[in-house]
Ligand binder design. Structure first.
Ligand SMILES: C[S@@+](CC[C@H](N)C(=O)[O-])C[C@H]1O[C@@H](n2cnc3c(N)ncnc32)[C@H](O)[C@@H]1O
Length: 274
């Protein structure tokens, strides 16, 4: 088992691409109207639990969609990320809690929450952990918004002959245990949806794909290079015998970063008790 760490730089590089992807998904989810229907009674602030909050990107994106006063419990096991969660605008209070979601998931205040949310978390977790999450939420009848779960699609333009092989090695690496059980990787949303329905939830999902354009987006080439390096390192760790071929792919892809377009498949899921 390895505990994966996430750099604040990587989280900040991806934040605008996450935000654009979520804005597209929000329309298809009819997120505004559906959140409005889940709103707590007048005079009560939204109480939200953000699982694996990193530096707070999920809160920054979601707070304006909730509207009104809010109290966020921001949970992560990485203190260096938690300390970087900035204080939000007035009307939104946050509490930072350092917690290992594997060891202590059930200790969170599920019954006090109006919404449980996470972004870019589910690929790291295993089936048993997902079932624990669903059980905790179902017992409190609390809605969930789980954003930006990867679904395994990497659509490169232009293509490279090694794209599929690197993607397969990367997917294998993604399924390693990162501290939350044998990771589901791209299968997380497919596993979550039936579990939620079985637990009495209505569920909607929408694609929240990253669309990265190395020519058009100022940060595009940086995100692409970071992603290419991460995929190549994971692929080599997965099969050292492929190192030379993978490093060749990495070099070709880096050279093309300013003219590459890439779509990375993600899914957003909103669920509420029936
Ligand atoms: C890809 S980052 C996403 C961060 C943030 N939600 C965002 O969208 O920017 C995954 C987060 O999961 C956290 N994490 C991983 N394993 C964890 C665990 N066992 N307990 C708590 N947090 C964990 C990491 O520290 C990291 O902040």
């Amino acid at each position: 088992m390895s505990t994966e760490t996430f750099s604040a730089d990587w989280l900040s590089l991806r934040e605008p691409f996450d935000a654009a992807a979520r804005a597209e998904a929000a329309v298809r989810l009819r997120l505004g109207a559906r959140l409005d229907a889940l709103r707590p009674p007048a005079g009560t602030p939204w109480r939200v639990i953000d699982l694996a909050c990193g530096t707070g990107a999920n809160q920054r994106w979601l707070s304006p969609h909730l509207q009104g006063p809010q109290e966020w419990l921001m949970v992560d096991h990485d203190d260096s990320l938690l300390r970087r969660v900035p204080d939000p605008a007035s009307g939104v209070a946050i509490l930072r809690q350092r917690l290992d979601l594997m060891a202590s998931l059930e200790t969170l205040p599920w019954h006090a929450a109006h919404l449980v949310t996470a972004s870019a978390l589910l690929d790291l977790v295993g089936t048993a952990w997902l079932q624990r999450l669903v059980a905790a939420c179902a017992s409190a009848r609390v809605p969930l918004l789980l954003a930006l779960s990867v679904d395994g699609r990497h659509l490169w333009q232009p293509r490279d002959p090694l794209d599929e092989e690197v993607a397969a090695l990367f997917a294998g690496h993604q399924r390693r245990d990162k501290g939350l059980g044998s990771a589901l990787g791209a299968q997380a949303a497919n596993t979550l949806l039936p579990a939620l329905r079985k637990a009495g939830y209505s569920v909607v999902q929408a694609r929240s794909d990253w669309r990265v354009n190395g020519l058009r987006d100022a940060a595009g080439p940086y995100l692409l290079k970071s992603l290419i390096d991460g995929m190549a390192d994971a692929a080599v760790e997965q099969d050292a015998g492929q190192a030379a071929a993978v490093r060749g792919w990495q070099a070709r892809r880096r050279d093309l970063a300013t003219t590459t377009r890439l779509r990375v498949g993600h899914v957003d899921v909103l669920a509420w008790p029936r």
